[in-house]
Write a protein that binds this ligand. Structure first.
Ligand SMILES: O=C(O)C(=O)C[C@H](O)[C@H](O)CO
Ligand SMILES: [Mg+2]
Length: 403
């Protein structure tokens, strides 16, 4: 089955999405997500100018060889732009292979390992009381795992605090907006938040929290220790992970489980973290970590060390990524949890899909392929709009720090 054509579709039904569509001489088509939030057009160019010309005429069934060709053949390896482009090709080819086999994608991976995929939702509040209300609302909706984030007294804008109720969307502005930060204020506030949330929600709900790369290792150790009484499912991105060894210091101070990896692109970014058992959950997902082919490799490696998966699932990952991740989650033996931020109704209309949510679990559906399509006519009505993620500055002197 030969690849005859491939093209990139960019649309912005409320936020930007980049989608690759691959066509074959047998009439089968597949799509893959290539969205890199705030840097979307770089992946569009990488695909259009450099990858697509190499795809035409290749056998669509040779997924592994095409992956190696794009990874090793470029000479310049790794990085979010390269790996998102490879992921889009890989996802579209798995979609095509599953369609050719007339099977839902998870069947090609080895079949079902669980009846449903436990997901965590986002409870965001402007203060503790508001966050507690939101956590209870998510519990009411059936969620078994809930991430709690709240505004911090004395800070103007904090990661995770939504503008609307269901849809947190940090990317905005024609230029990056600026947030302010104080680790001292945050470290005093976070234990109070989880004390209130745990008391309100009871012992059975899994609670999660995202630190969003903001603390030093020793501060992260302090936070993890102070959250131990509230037995979190995980503390995410407690410190930036370029220096993988930094997590050793956190581990020495706390038994709060650690999750990291949404900004990782390859197994090399998490190899030391995994083999030294410095983390408990690996958050890489389809679009930013080289597609299903590479994610599977990371998950298999992680399984040797009892590290479980917890795929990134923010709204900047398109429904194509979410649908494919749910097939992966349905199969992967060392599954932990899947993040699930709902897309808007308009996004769901542009990307009709077979996955669904019920009682805290997601189901990838039995549609052949990965089960997500794109309505190109509707997508064309929402052209690209430049948007940026915010930047973050220390409140007391304006020093630029991690957002
Ligand atoms: O969902 C999460 O855990 C995030 O940290 C979301 C990120 O801020 C978002 O994907 C950035 O594009
Ligand atoms: Mg995160």
């Amino acid at each position: 089955m030969k690849i005859t054509n491939a093209r990139v579709i960019v649309c912005s039904p409320g936020r930007n999405f980049v989608t690759l569509k691959i066509e074959t001489d047998e009439g089968l088509t597949g799509i893959g997500d290539a969205t890199l939030n705030g840097r979307e057009l770089s992946v569009v160019s990488y695909l259009t100018d450099h990858v697509i010309p190499c795809l035409i005429g290749r056998d669509a069934h040779q997924i592994e060889d095409i992956w190696q060709y794009l990874y090793k053949g470029a000479y310049w390896r790794r990085g979010p732009v390269t790996m998102s482009a490879i992921a889009a090709v890989d996802t579209a080819l798995w979609d095509i292979k599953a369609k050719a086999a007339n099977l839902p994608l998870y069947q090609l991976l080895g079949g079902r390992s669980r009846s449903g995929v436990m997901v965590y939702g986002h409870a965001n509040g402007k203060d503790i009381a508001h966050t507690v209300d939101e956590v209870l609302r998510y519990k009411e909706m059936g969620y078994k795992a809930i991430r709690a984030q709240s505004g911090v007294p004395g800070l103007e804008a904090v990661y995770g605090v939504g503008k609307g109720n269901m849809f947190y969307e940090p990317a905005d502005g024609n230029l990056p907006s600026e947030h302010d930060w104080s680790s001292e204020k945050y470290l005093l506030h976070a234990p109070k938040l989880f004390d209130a949330v745990r008391q309100a929600v009871g012992p059975d709900i899994h609670l999660l929290h995202d630190v969003h790369h903001r603390l030093t290792p020793i501060e992260a150790g302090r936070l993890g220790k102070s959250l131990e009484p509230f037995h979190l499912f995980w503390m995410e991105d407690a410190t930036p992970a370029e220096n993988q060894d930094a997590f050793r210091l956190i581990r020495q101070h706390t038994t709060t489980p650690l999750a990291v990896g949404e900004i990782f692109n390859t197994i090399w970014d998490c190899k030391d973290l995994i083999q030294n058992q410095l983390i408990d959950y690996i958050r890489t997902t389809i679009v930013h970590a080289g597609g299903l082919t590479h994610l599977r490799r990371i998950a298999d490696f992680a399984s040797l060390y009892q590290v479980r998966t917890g795929c990134h699932g923010a709204t900047d990952l398109s429904p194509v990524c979410m649908g494919t991740a749910l097939h992966f989650d349905t199969w992967v033996p060392n599954f932990g949890v899947q993040e699930y931020m709902r897309h808007t109704e308009l996004t769901d209309e542009v990307f009709p899909h077979s996955y669904s949510f019920k009682d805290g679990y997601m189901h990838c559906g039995e549609t052949i392929g990965h089960g997500v399509e794109i309505n190109e006519e509707l997508a064309a009505k929402y052209p690209y709009q430049r948007a940026y993620l915010p930047v973050n500055r220390l409140q007391h002197d304006g020093t630029l720090v991690n957002w």
